[in-house]
Ligand binder design. Structure first.
Ligand code: AMP
Length: 426
């Protein structure tokens, strides 16, 4: 496998100029990709040259093609895979993302003599073991299932040349640190490693230090910022009235499709039931739903058969839907970074979108953390008829929460009465 950088070809196609060969460029033409995205501009030549990459890139930046295209090109130029082996591993946090990345791999590999497979937990391991018998060039997998397959000798790692960690921050959030450690121990030391993460915590940096060698650093979007084209605002409301407010906003704004996030499975089910009662087509995806049902819900939503898809963060990871007019946070996420991931589902590729959060008094700490992370104070728009009994304290992008003072004692005598509004003015 040559590690020298590709020589740019004189060609009108900007993907050829990055070093991709005619076959792949033809596929991209079929897919109507005309211009490489920022992350593709930077990642494709680096990966083709055999470099390690550390990229700050979230879903919607075109990162999947950014790492897949050059990997496919390198694989197609360098021999074949042996039985029960894999040559490129793409690690992803969830089954949905595994399916989605694998779909992309298949689309980008059209016409190339390469085999690929998606392997994830929650479904029977046997078909995956069978599929691995002949070996696969590209294996997209969740860390736990990959380790299982390795322990059962269904897959060997001695032919692995490239390892991709996709959405590395989410893998750690989901508690895959141990599995990743286990995998590092059994992977060949000499390999190319590409790490993609939407956010860079100290833990991610430590992982990168451990796994990457002199990486090319890529920053596709400013870290921890939400996409500017998205109009973001919040509506203060009491917790128990959130489902009702959701239905009200849906009618008022007449959004064609909405991706809604609730914190718990119960919250998801309650909202879907209310929507069904109101004859608004809705479906849900959450961790307890069997995989086929989740995929079905996603497909129905993608096809426009369902107007509202209600999801929990974990289940929604990797959902790739373009032109979504609105994302509604029925509950704020516990982890502030998830706010960035959620809102990134709308306003893609320059389209405008709205991200609305229904915020109750209990969620003020989460709100403050989101505002600090995204360096903005979310605009508050009260909805007539839904003003909360439990006031949501004011926050700002510096993380300040203006706590509601204890109820003042009844003024004695002629003491001046200070109105709430004056007390809360910052
Ligand atoms: P990703 O960030 O990898 O999830 O990709 C987001 C979406 O952008 C996917 O639907 C891709 O098919 C699409 N996409 C990726 N690269 C390009 C490109 N260069 N031109 C047009 N669409 C693209």
């Amino acid at each position: 496998m040559s590690l020298s950088p590709p020589s740019p070809q004189p060609s009108a196609n900007p993907f050829s100029a990055l070093g991709l060969n005619d076959r792949i460029v033809q596929t991209l033409e079929t897919l109507q990709y005309q211009t490489p995205t920022a992350v593709q501009q930077q990642a494709i030549p680096a990966v083709l040259a055999g470099r390690d990459v550390m990229a700050a890139a979230q879903t919607g930046t075109g990162k999947t093609a950014g790492f897949t295209l050059p990997i496919l090109q390198r694989l197609s130029k360098s021999g074949t895979v042996g039985a029960n082996a894999a040559r490129a591993l793409i690690l992803v946090p969830t089954r949905e993302l595994a399916e989605q990345v694998h779909d992309s791999v298949r689309a980008y590999a059209a016409g190339l003599p390469l085999r690929s497979l998606a392997a994830y937990g929650g479904v029977s391991i046997n078909p995956q073991m069978m599929a691995l018998r002949k070996g696969v060039d590209v294996l997209v997998a969740t860390p736990g299932r990959l380790l299982d397959l390795h322990r059962q000798n269904a897959v060997r790692f001695n032919e692995v040349k490239t390892l991709v960690l996709d959405e590395a921050d989410r893998m750690l959030d989901l508690g895959f640190a141990r599995e990743l450690d286990g995998l590092i121990k059994v992977l060949p030391k000499k390999r190319q490693t590409l790490l993609f993460s939407a956010t860079f915590s100290d833990q991610i940096r430590a992982l990168a230090n451990q796994m990457l060698r002199d990486p090319v650093r890529i920053e596709a979007t400013p870290r921890n910022t939400t996409v500017a084209a998205i109009r973001q605002w919040l509506v203060p409301v009491d917790k128990k009235r959130k489902p009702e407010l959701f239905v009200h906003l849906l009618k008022k704004h007449d959004w064609t499709q909405v991706l809604a996030f609730a914190r718990t499975r119960k919250g998801v089910d309650e909202l879907v039931d209310l929507l069904a009662a109101k004859r608004i087509s809705a479906d849900s995806i959450h961790g307890d739903k069997p995989q086929p049902a989740r995929l079905r819900a996603l497909e129905r939503f993608r096809a426009g058969e369902v107007r509202v898809l209600v999801a929990t963060d974990v289940a929604a990871r990797g959902i790739d839907i373009d032109d979504l007019p609105a994302v509604i946070n029925v509950d704020l996420p516990i982890v502030a970074e998830d706010y960035v991931h959620r809102t990134g589902r709308t306003g893609r590729k320059g389209a405008s979108g709205e991200a609305v959060s229904l915020v109750c008094a209990d969620e003020v700490e989460q709100l403050a953390a989101i505002e600090v992370l995204t360096r903005q104070t979310l605009e508050r728009i009260e909805e007539p008829g839904f003003a909360p009994d439990h006031r949501v304290p004011m926050t700002d992008a510096k993380g300040q929460i203006v706590k509601k003072p204890k109820k003042p004692k009844k003024p004695k005598g002629d003491a001046p009465v200070v109105s709430e509004d004056v007390r809360f003015r910052r």
